[in-house]
Design a binder for this molecule. Structure first.
Ligand code: BEZ
Length: 391
């Protein structure tokens, strides 16, 4: 991609020097999309849902996004930060993709963003919440269609305070997503007078929860707040219920705990209250159409990850449509993507100045296989984007 752009700018400069007419940019034959997502490991299901959502949008539009045929290059990033730079380079340098789409794991996404910044490749993050991506690492060519780790958790603080909860123990994996999610919750909960009794962590992706559950039982907080997702979330909810804690010490979390995981929990997730930017039973036409189309295409219900993948394609469509498919008109694409109002199944959202969704965060209560809305916990919540200076 960078090579192509360098070659192109060399030609343009040469033409200008010789006084030749500048060639007009023309619509590309195809847009090359590099999907870097987990296909194995604890986040494998999340990667599949994002891929499904992204491809659903293209398939609904005859295999095109913004009027341009899509060609995919795919890499399984295994949610392994140690392999992330090499994997991102495979897509950018070897496959010369126009757009990098990924990923789920915050640590992997941070390495991808460094490659995207270095090569000025357009990047759309369809999940990873690392606050840095739209904070200190923000850049004109980096967009996100999901959330910051801060957003869903920050919205839970006032919910628990409203229930009279005063003392909370937190539990999460010790990597940026978990730590930042806990920080978000802590910020609003302690600002309203709540106390964090203890912050428990275990290495990602470990699921040996027993010693932590024993400690929670002896600390006897009013409630527990967690960040877990995918396979780890399933195991945590099952172990929490099996330890007999579910009825005595209520468990809360950001919505990744119960999105796409309830069936596998086999009832252990029933009644859990979580906060997230998506919920079941939203009363909007876009969500109804999306859910019907997803079920028809893949034979299963979509979850938040599928929504984020679908919206990554919608955001790319906004950029490509504005430049009539001229992929090389990157400035035109960025301008249009910044101004986009995405008609998402979660409800319409806009982009903050740091390129992160400004969106409603819902309080949901798990019932059977779904997470229906209880209320809007935070309306049009924008991440504070601390440390972002866009240049
Ligand atoms: C993350 O690593 O940013 C993440 C992973 C799964 C769900 C939510 C966030």
């Amino acid at each position: 991609m960078e090579k192509t752009i360098n070659r192109l700018s060399g030609l343009l400069a040469g033409a200008a020097l010789l006084g030749l007419a500048m060639p007009a940019a023309h619509a590309a034959d195809a847009v090359k999309v590099g999907l870097m997502l987990p296909a194995t490991g604890t986040y494998a299901k999340l990667g599949t849902a994002i891929t499904n959502g992204f491809k659903l949008y293209a398939d609904e539009n005859g295999g095109k996004i913004g009027g341009v045929t899509v060609e995919y290059s795919m890499v399984d990033d295994e949610s392994d930060p140690a392999k992330a730079t090499e994997n991102a380079n495979k897509l950018v340098k070897r496959d010369a993709v126009d757009v990098l789409v990924g990923t789920v794991h915050s640590g992997v996404a941070m390495a991808m963003a460094k490659v995207a910044r270095g090569t000025k490749t357009l990047m759309i993050v369809p999940n990873a919440g690392a606050d840095e991506l739209t904070g200190p690492l923000c850049a004109p060519n980096i967009f996100r269609t999901s959330f910051t780790n801060w957003q869903p958790s920050y919205a839970m603080g006032p919910v628990l305070l409203g229930k009279g909860v005063k003392k909370v123990v937190t539990l999460t994996w010790k990597y940026s997503a978990g730590l930042q999610a806990i920080d978000g919750f802590k910020e609003s909960f302690t600002a309203g007078g709540g106390e964090i009794v203890k912050e428990l962590t275990l290495p990602f992706p470990n699921t040996e929860f027993q010693p932590y559950l024993t400690e929670i039982a002896s600390l006897k907080p009013d409630a527990v707040f967690v960040f877990f997702a995918g396979g780890g979330a399933v195991k945590l909810a099952k172990d929490y219920a099996a330890a007999g804690l579910k009825d005595s010490i209520p468990l809360y979390g950001s919505g990744f705990l119960t999105d796409g995981t309830l069936d596998a929990m086999g009832g252990a997730g029933e009644g859990l209250l979580t906060t997230l930017h998506y919920a079941d039973g939203l009363d909007n036409a876009k969500d109804k159409a999306f859910r019907a189309a997803y079920e028809k295409a893949y034979g299963m219900a979509p979850d938040v990850y599928a929504v984020q993948g679908y919206d990554a394609a919608q955001l790319l469509a906004a950029g490509l449509t504005a430049v009539q498919g001229k992929v090389e008109d990157r400035q035109g694409m960025i301008k249009a993507m910044e101004a986009a109002h995405i008609d998402s199944p979660r409800g319409t959202f806009s982009m903050s100045a740091a390129h992160n969704p400004v969106q409603d965060i819902y309080l949901r209560e798990a019932k059977g296989s779904v997470n229906p809305v209880v209320s809007v916990a935070s309306k049009a919540l924008a991440d504070p984007a601390r440390g972002c200076s866009m240049q």
